[in-house]
Structures are given as structure tokens and as C-alpha cells.
Ligand binder design. Structure first.
Ligand code: AMP
Length: 193
């Protein structure tokens, strides 16, 4: 993996562990020679992960819509900043640039972003790993709900299992390196793309 996209809160959250996890992940990425792709903001956990990669000597590409440059205070110290026209363009570019996706704790923007790339994986339109960094059990409630969704027959176990979950950054990077997409994509056969 050369580049990983990290989705994370534009807020910092209440527990200091969230910021620590964002920084540790950033350091691990830089140390592993993996570039960061993210939403280009300087605020919240988004800013924390980017700063940590930069401080450790790594490369960071931010992708931010023009309309959010002021609101999310675009990070001006990045090795690359791509200003796009819409949220849709932002997500498409982040996805195309990246070899895998990690969600740190975050709000509905973070949730939307990781769910979107996971649904694309389910459809077989990419084979890149999608992962949650479950800091302090932040995602436990959502994971229990996802098991309910699977139990009720709306999500196949094979697709449920595509979402990697780890508590620590080093473990998540190892799990992503090992990941092989299942051949059972929902609608599209692998040979078709
Ligand atoms: P949040 O997790 O809500 O703090 O948001 C994290 C990031 O997701 C911020 O950069 C938001 O601008 C971004 N975001 C929120 N909604 C969307 C969306 N529909 N498409 C792309 N990015 C989004």
C-alpha cells in the first residue's frame, strides 16, 4: 500500500485518547512509508493525523471542496492540497488516490465516507480494504447494529466481514496489508471490471 485515506472527525471528541490515536496512526503511516490522503482540514482529528504524518516526515495530500476551505480551515502546510468543486468530487478523488481506507472516530461526515467506500467494496467496484480504528470502543454500538443488520438478512456475513476493525494503529495497518477482497461481490463479477 502506497497511500491510505483516513476519514476522521472535524472535531477532536471529548477523550484525549482520540487525538492520541490519530497522532499515533499518522506516525505509523509515515514510518511505514505510506502517504496520507484525507479531507484537507486543519481542525479536529483531521488536523491531528495530518500534523503527525508531516512531523514524522511523511507525505500528505488533502482534498477539500472550495466551499469548505474557510469552514474547515484548509491545512496550508501539506505536501499537496487539491481543491475540488463538490463533496462528491472530494470523495471520488480521495478514493481514487488511495489503496485503502481507515475511519478514526468522527461524526456523520466520517460515517458517511467509510460507509460509502465499504458499499463500493461490497459491489465489487474496488478491492481495497476498509477499516475502523475502534479507539476506546467508539464503534462498538455501531458494530452491534451491523451484526443486527446481518442477522436480519440485509447484509451478507461475507460483506460484513469486509470491514476490518482493530483497536490500535499498528494492528490495523497489518490487517490491511493482509486483506484480500472476497470474490463474492454483491452484483458485479470481478471479471467485468
Ligand atoms: P465529521 O465526521 O462530521 O466531523 O466530518 C468529517 C469530514 O467529513 C469533514 O471534512 C466533512 O466535511 C466531511 N463530510 C461530511 N459530509 C460529507 C459528505 N457528504 N461527503 C464528503 N465529505 C463529507
Amino acid at each position: 500500500m502506497e497511500r491510505i485515506c483516513v476519514f476522521s472527525g472535524s472535531s477532536a471528541g471529548v477523550a484525549p485518547a482520540y487525538d492520541r490515536a490519530a497522532r499515533t496512526l499518522g506516525e505509523q503511516l509515515a514510518r511505514s512509508g505510506i502517504d496520507l490522503v484525507y479531507g484537507g482540514a486543519s481542525v479536529g482529528l483531521m488536523g491531528a493525523v495530518a500534523d503527525a504524518v508531516l512531523e514524522a516526515g511523511g507525505q500528505v495530500t488533502g482534498v477539500i471542496p472550495q466551499a469548505l476551505v474557510d469552514k474547515e480551515v484548509a491545512h496550508l502546510g501539506l505536501t499537496g492540497l487539491r481543491i475540488v468543486n463538490s463533496m462528491h468530487e472530494r470523495k471520488a478523488l480521495m478514493a481514487n488516490l488511495s489503496d485503502g481506507f481507515i475511519a478514526l472516530p468522527g461524526g456523520i461526515g466520517t460515517l458517511e465516507e467509510i460507509f460509502e467506500v465499504w458499499t463500493w467494496a461490497q459491489l465489487g467496484s474496488h478491492t481495497k480494504p476498509c477499516a475502523l480504528l475502534n479507539v476506546l470502543g467508539f464503534y462498538d454500538g455501531m458494530l452491534a447494529f451491523l451484526d443486527h443488520v446481518a442477522g436480519q438478512g440485509f447484509l451478507k456475513p461475507v460483506h460484513r466481514d469486509m470491514l476490518l476493525v482493530e483497536e490500535y494503529p499498528a494492528a490495523i495497518l497489518r490487517a490491511m496489508q493482509r486483506y484480500r477482497a472476497p470474490i463474492d461481490a454483491k452484483w458485479i463479477k470481478r471479471a467485468e471490471h
